[in-house]
Ligand binder design. Structure first.
Ligand SMILES: *Cc1c(COP(=O)(O)O)cnc(C)c1O
Length: 225
C-alpha cells in the first residue's frame, strides 16, 4: 500500500530545500502508483524496462517516469518515446543510443551520469577518471548529440550503518556536481540535478546537497522479491 501520510511529511521536509521527490515504484502494483498520483505525486521511478512500459500504458500520461536502474543500450528504444529522465547513464555507448532513439522520436531526452561513489563491488557507475573521460568525449562530440541533455549526476552510497561514510560519499558526489556546474557545463542552465538519497539515507543526502531523492520502501512498504 502506498503511504499518503509519509508522502505529505516527506514533501514538507523536502520543500524548503527544493528537493524533488521521485517515488520509486518498482515491484509495486499500478494501484499503489495511482493512489500517490491522486494525492498529487507526478514523479515516479522504475528500474526495469518491461515493468515500466507495462505500467506506463495503464497510468496517466502526465506522469514523469524516471528510469533509475541499469539500462542496456538495446532496451533504450522501448522507453525513449516517453521517459522523462534517465538517471544511470554509465557509458558513452549508452548516451549515443539514447540520442539516436530520442532523435527517432523527435524529442530531447534528459539524462544524468551515474558516478560510482560506494565502497562496494555491486554498484554501477563511472569513477572520477571515467567521468572526466566521458565529459571530454562529450565536449568534443556534442554537436552530434543534440537530442540528449546531460542534466547532472546520480549516485548511490554504500549500504552501511556508518553515517560518516555515507556523508563522505555523498559529499564527494556533490563536490563533483558543483565543480561541473561551475566549469565544464557553465552556461548550461539545465545542469542542475544531483540525484542522491534513498529511504535509508535521504536525510544525509539532503544535508550534503541532494536536489532529487529516490524513495521507494518508505512510501510503498518493503518490496517482496
Ligand atoms: C530501489 C531503488 C531506490 C529506492 O530504494 P528504497 O530503499 O526503497 O528507498 C532508489 N534508487 C535506486 C537506484 C533504486 O534501485
Amino acid at each position: 500500500m502506498a503511504d499518503l501520510e509519509v508522502r505529505t511529511k516527506l514533501l514538507e521536509e523536502l520543500a524548503p530545500e527544493h528537493v524533488t521527490l521521485v517515488a520509486v515504484s518498482k515491484k509495486k502494483p499500478v494501484a499503489d502508483i495511482a493512489a500517490l498520483y491522486d494525492a498529487g505525486q507526478r514523479d515516479f521511478g522504475e528500474n526495469y524496462v518491461q515493468e515500466l512500459t507495462e505500467k506506463q500504458t495503464q497510468l496517466p500520461a502526465d506522469i514523469h517516469w524516471h528510469f533509475i536502474g541499469h539500462l542496456q543500450a538495446n532496451k533504450v528504444k522501448y522507453i525513449s518515446p516517453f521517459v522523462y529522465l534517465i538517471h544511470a547513464v554509465d557509458s558513452y555507448k549508452l548516451l549515443e543510443e539514447i540520442n539516436k532513439q530520442a532523435l527517432k522520436n523527435n524529442r530531447v531526452i534528459d539524462v544524468l551520469l551515474q558516478v560510482y561513489i560506494a565502497n562496494e563491488d555491486t554498484k554501477f557507475g563511472l569513477d572520477e577518471k571515467e567521468l572526466n573521460e566521458f565529459l571530454g568525449n562529450y565536449e568534443t562530440n556534442s554537436a552530434g548529440l543534440q537530442n540528449v541533455r546531460i542534466c547532472g549526476l546520480m549516485g548511490m552510497a554504500t549500504n552501511t550503518e556508518d553515517e560518516q561514510q555515507i556523508h563522505a560519499e555523498y559529499a564527494k558526489l556533490n563536490g563533483l556536481f558543483i565543480a561541473l556546474s561551475n566549469t565544464t557545463f557553465a552556461g548550461r542552465s539545465y545542469f542542475n540535478t544531483c540525484s542522491m538519497g534513498m529511504s535509508a539515507d535521504y536525510k544525509i543526502a539532503i544535508a550534503e546537497g541532494s536536489t532529487m531523492v529516490r524513495i521507494g520502501s518508505m512510501l510503498f512498504g518493503r518490496r517482496m522479491y
